[in-house]
Design a protein. Structure first.
Length: 270
């Protein structure tokens, strides 16, 4: 009996103060779930591919109008807490990448407020530093603000420590200055590797790509309003994640009509 008690005490010391020991547990079994996951994650990252992949949802669609590239992404990378489409949700999510301010975000926020739609805004640190009033408004009006990194580097080109720092430094800035804890991350330029997705997950983040996007980012060559409106409405699908850029005048001008048109097709927004 004394030998058994000694063995159990040793198991507690080896696995940390938070471990719970049950009769019959081996030292390996007494590890907390979090500790086991952390160990698995660290081991796996070293073995994962570092090959840079440029994400794109493509134009091929299934019978539900969902882009097959987004579905394929979920199938391949959901184990790393990454998704490009919400297969368990019939609602549509609007997301905006905030690289810099071009004077249209306030109008976009006005429209979202009028239409009672909440969106996700992926922020760079520079954007948050230069536009605190807009960031505060996003939070106060119930939108989700999310992490788009500090410097907009290609995540798979970075070493592990720098990759994590791009996420954690931005997280700390928002937490310290706005009292807000972000949980979602979108890798700059949609570039990733298996390793970078796993590192993002280790930082406590979920990676969010998209299942619809179009060429709206070039401020000097803005897309036609009517054609863009048709694209936004015709592309609606269950669980859609729309990627839009707030620097786009076209997006700011057509957003209200797009929301109305998508709702007219029987969809709602998450």
């Amino acid at each position: 009996m004394k030998k058994m008690i000694s063995a159990l005490c040793l198991a507690v010391l080896l696995t940390g103060c938070s471990a719970r020991v049950d009769i019959g547990d081996t030292p390996k079994q007494t590890q907390t779930a979090a500790a086991q996951q952390a160990q698995v994650g660290k081991t796996d990252v070293k073995k994962l591919s570092r090959t840079k992949i440029g994400y794109g949802c493509g134009v091929l669609k299934d019978e539900k109008n969902r882009t097959t590239g987004a579905l394929d992404f979920n199938a391949k990378y959901s184990q790393y807490g990454a998704e490009a489409i919400k297969t368990d949700d019939k609602k549509i999510t609007l997301t905006f990448d905030q690289g810099y301010e071009n004077g249209y975000t306030a109008k976009i926020l006005d429209t979202l407020k009028e239409k009672k739609v909440r969106a996700v805004f992926f922020l760079l640190k520079d954007y948050a530093e230069k536009n605190p009033d807009l960031v505060r408004r996003m939070i106060d009006e119930g939108h989700i603000i999310a992490n788009h990194s500090v410097h907009h580097y290609s995540m798979p080109t970075l070493d592990d420590d720098t990759c994590k720092k791009e996420i954690t430094e931005m997280h700390s800035y928002i937490s310290d200055n706005f009292g807000y804890e972000m949980k979602l991350f979108r890798p700059p330029m949609g570039e990733f590797s298996e390793a970078s997705l796993a590192l993002t997950q280790e930082c406590g983040y979920k990676t969010v790509m998209w299942s619809f996007a179009y060429a709206d980012w070039d401020t000097k060559n803005q897309p036609d309003r009517e054609q863009s409106l048709k694209k936004l409405i015709d592309s609606a699908h269950e669980g859609a994640v729309y990627l839009l850029h707030s620097v786009s005048k076209t997006n700011a001008d057509i957003l209200a009509q797009a929301i109305d048109g998508i709702r007219a097709k029987g969809f709602e927004f998450s």
